[in-house]
Ligand binder design. Structure first.
Ligand code: GLA
Length: 380
């Protein structure tokens, strides 16, 4: 990353500090975070890098190495609304930090992202967290990773407009090398789960992103809220779908519209799968873990309806390959990536077969990443 610091020097004429924050893959627990449920993500070795140095005024000068574009904001001018541009993430985080009492300094920034964009690997959380970290450090604040995660999530939800849960920002802040994290999205309590050497996490990128993603995402949230509202007539203590069991859904959900029932069924069953799969991982029981991944995919496809033909194809191809314990879509859905748990010795063959068959059937060349879990955001 010497190169980035050199470019910074060329652009702004001073030296800078360097920060980075990772993207993530979610092993299991999809669309559960905003239902106060459980997730099991790991940070991955793709980062967004930020070089930053303070300025004497309150301007943010933000240069993107990816888009070769530079934009300026004044922190003292009334907030500009989001404009569907990459700077929304940076500016949204700055505004949110200020709103929560952090008085920032102006800064010159240079950003380079290596998390594939729009691939469901949380390039947005990576840019939010990396810039949030850089802005706080530049202004002389010490960083509490969980608070940073919460404020970045708020920026995405309130400023960018995707009503996301906490998973992506949390893992980008708190990821740990060699580990997945079992996170309780209500209490934000978490447990590190060591990842095995004998089974590898392999990410396959469909290379497609269907445009309905963010509208559908917010709609799923509304549907879950409708489910909660209905169930509260019978179970007044219920705050979120996290508090409902499958037996209770069956009993009290009879009058729910069929679609809402299925949405609730996904979330409630997925929460159970996460907890069972964490125990399976503790015991190196990859067979059980893989079966739960497969069930998770079916539930996301049929009950939650956030998969797509390309994701289903990748999962189906994986299921026919030797040494694959399980496969599922990962992230929000409607394109992006699958996550596969593959016996180490079969990874090479897996990559070849998937790449060849997926290309033959769709015309797209999938990108395949064999990943190891990385640490969360830090000053480098
Ligand atoms: C996106 C959101 C997360 C989570 C996942 C689905 O990545 O940002 O909060 O809801 O989708 O599990």
């Amino acid at each position: 990353m010497q190169q980035l610091l050199q470019t910074f020097q060329d652009l702004y004429g001073t030296s800078a500090r360097l920060y980075h924050a990772p993207g993530r893959v979610n092993l299991i627990g999809e669309h559960t975070d905003y239902n106060d449920g459980f997730v099991m993500p790991a940070a991955i070795g793709f980062f967004t890098w930020v070089a930053a140095a303070p300025r004497a005024d309150r301007r943010l000068v933000i240069h993107s190495a990816n888009f070769e574009e530079q934009v300026e904001f004044d922190l003292d001018v009334i907030a500009t609304p989001a404009r569907q541009h990459w700077t929304d993430y940076v500016y949204g985080v700055a505004v949110t930090l200020e709103h929560h009492g952090y008085r920032l300094r102006g800064a010159n920034m240079l950003i380079r992202g290596e998390v594939p964009i729009g691939a469901g690997l949380s390039s947005s959380a990576a840019i939010e967290v990396a810039t949030g970290y850089a802005l706080l450090d530049t202004a002389g604040y010490t960083i509490d990773p969980i608070e940073l995660a919460t404020l970045c999530q708020r920026a995405e939800s309130d400023y960018v407009g995707l009503r996301c849960g906490i998973m992506d920002q949390f893992i980008s802040c708190c990821g740990r090398r060699g580990h997945a994290v079992l996170l309780d999205c209500r209490s934000l309590g978490y447990r590190l789960l060591p990842l095995p050497e004998e089974a590898r996490l392999v990410i396959c990128n469909t290379m497609v992103k269907h445009s309905l993603a963010s509208g559908e995402y917010n709609q799923r949230r509304t549907e879950c809220e409708a489910g909660v509202q209905h169930l509260r007539q019978f179970l007044p203590e219920v705050q979120a779908l996290r508090d409902v069991s499958l037996a209770e859904l069956k009993r009290y959900g009879r009058d729910l519209p069929e679609v809402i029932y299925r949405r609730c069924h996904h979330v409630i069953s997925e929460n159970e799968r996460v907890l069972v799969s964490a125990n399976a991982l503790d015991q190196d029981d990859f067979i059980t873990f893989g079966q739960l991944m497969n069930e998770s995919h079916r539930s996301l496809r049929d009950d939650y309806e956030v998969s797509c033909a390309e994701l289903d194809l990748l999962v189906q191809l994986a299921s026919e390959i030797e040494g694959v314990y399980g496969a599922r879509m990962t992230g929000g859905g409607f394109g992006g990536c699958t996550i596969n748990l593959v016996k180490a010795e079969n990874v090479r063959a897996f990559e070849q077969v998937v790449a060849q068959e997926y290309q033959r059937r769709t015309g797209y060349t999938p990108e395949i990443y064999v990943c190891s879990a990385a640490d969360g955001a830090e000053r480098v």
